[in-house]
Design a binder for this molecule. Sequence first.
Ligand code: ARG
Length: 587
Amino acid sequence: MTLLDELSRRVGDAFAAAGLDPQLGRVKPADRPDLAQFQCNGALPAAKIAKKNPRELATAIAENLSGDAAFSEVTVAGPGFINIKLSDDEIARRMNALSGAGDWKDTVAISPEKIVMDYGGPNVAKPLHVGHLRAAIIGESLKRIFRFLGNDVVGDVHLGDWGLPMGQLITELQREQPDLPYFDETIEGPYPDEPPVTLKDLERLYPQASAACKENEARADEARAATAALQKGRPGYRALWRHFVAVSRRAIEAEYDDLGVTFDLWKGEADADSLIAGMAAEMRQKNLIEDSDGAQVIRVAKDGDKKKIPPLMMFKSDGGVTYGTTDLATIVDRVQSESPDRILYVVDQRQSLHFEQVFRAAGLAGLFPAHRLEHIGFGTMNGKDGKPFKTREGGVLRLRELIDMMTERAGERIADSGLAKGYGEAETAEIARKVGIAALKFADLSNPRTSDYVFDIDRFMAFEGKTGPYLLYASVRVRSVLAKAEAAGAGAAGDIIIKAPEERDLALSLLAFGDAVYGAYDKRLPHLLCDHAFSLAQVFSKFYAACRISDEADARLRASRLSLAGLAGRQLDLILELLGLEAPERM
Ligand code: ARG
C-alpha cells in the first residue's frame, strides 16, 4: 500500500468510528505545506450527508487520530479541513524499514496482469518520425513502470511492413533492376541471401514510388497488383519483401537502441495477414459484416455516442484490407500467442478514432473485451512554428540526426558549465551522449502525455530546472557525496533520526515515491514520476546544503544522514531506470 493509502485507511477508520463513511477519509498531500504534511477534506461532504456541523465532525475525528502515536499533530482548519503531521519517530521508522531489507516496490501493491504493449509502429522503408519517437520514449517508460510493479509485459514493435507501400517498393525496384531473380516468375528460388538494396536505396525508392503512383493511375495499378501478388504468396516477391524488412529493421533497431528503447517482439502487420480470412468468416457468421457500396464494413456506432463513429472498413471494394482490419487480426494473433489480460497501444492521439473503431469492433466480434484495449494517446512535439517538429533539412524528423544534435549541444553545455574537466575525450563524449538523450527523453516524459509541447533544445538542456540534465546531475552528486564520505572515513550508515526540517522534508519526499509511481502506472502518466523526481532532487539539494554529513561531529547523526543520502541515491537511480534515463558514473 502507498503512504496515502495507508493514511487514508487510518483516517477512514476514524470516520467509521464516528458513524461516517470511511471512504470519505481520503488523505492527500497538504495544499499548504507550511501548515501540514497531509490533509483530509472528507468532513465537509460527511457533514452534508449526516446533516451535522462540519467543524464539529472534523474535531471529533481529529481527537480520535490524536491518540495515535504515528501523528504528531492533527488539527482542524477553516470550515472543517483536517490537517495532519506524521511524528518524526513515525517518519524515521518508515525510513529505517526502507533502508534495511525494504524494497521500494513494497510501497505499492497492484494486481499484476499480463500485458502486450504496442509502442513502436515504424514503417519499412520510411524513417522514424516524431510520433514514433514519442511512442518509443513514453512506451519504454510505461513498460518499465508496469514491470517494476510486477506486471508481465511483452513489448511489440508492430512494424508497418504490409500493404500498398510494399507493392510500390517492389515495382519501383523492378524499374531500376529488372534482371533481379525476384521478378522472374519462372524462378522459384532459392534466392540470394544478400539483400539487393541498402537502407539508402529503400529511402530513395519509397518516396519515388509513392510520387509516381500518385501521378500515374497505371503505375498505381501495377503497385496494387504487386501488393496482391505478394499477399497471395508469390515466392520472388516474398523473398524480396523479407529483404526489405530485414534491411529496415536493422536500421530501426539501431536507432531505438541509441534511445535505450527495446522490444521483445519484432512482429509486424504482415504477421496478422494469414489470420484475416478466418477472423472475417467468424464475423460473417455473427452477421457483423455488412455491404456498403461494394465495400464490407462493421458498424460500430452506439446509441448515445457524442460524436459520429463511422463504420470500420474490413474490405475495400477491390477486396483489399485496411489499417483497421490489420489491427483486428493483430488482436487475434496476440490473444493466441500471448493470452494477455490487456493490450496497450502507445500511439499518437490523432489516431484515436481508428482505435475507437477497432476496440469496438473487437468487442462486438468477441475477439477481446473492448475495455481491456487501451489507446494511450499523446500530443505532438512541435517546432517553434507550432507544427510537428522537423529537422533542418525539412521533411520528417530523422532520429539519428536529432540524437546527434542533442549530443553535440550537450557537449557544448558541459564544456560551458565546467563539468567533466580533465576527464578524457572518450568519457566526455559518453557523458555528452547520456546527457543529450536524457534531455530529450525527460523533456518528452515530463510533459503531460496528452499535451503538445515545443521542441526547445536550450530549455531541455539546462542544468537547472525540471530537466533531464538536472536529474542526472543530482544522481551523480548523491553518489559523489557518498563516495567522499567514505573516503573521509565517515563510517557506516546507521539508524535514521529525523530532527532538522531538511531531514524531514527529504524523508517525506522519499515516502511519496509509492504514490508517484502508482499514479504514473494507474493513469499511464509518466510525468507524475518526473514531477516527483524533480522535487526529490530539490529537497536533497536543500538537505545537503543544510546538514553536514561526513564532517558532522555527532556520530549518530552522521550515520543517520549517510542512510538518508543513501536512500535518496537509491531512489533517484531507480526513478532514472523507470524513466529509461542513463546517468554517467560522474560528470
Ligand atoms: N505504423 C503506424 C504509423 O506509422 C503506427 C502503428 C501503431 N500501432 C498499431 N497497432 N496501430 O502510423
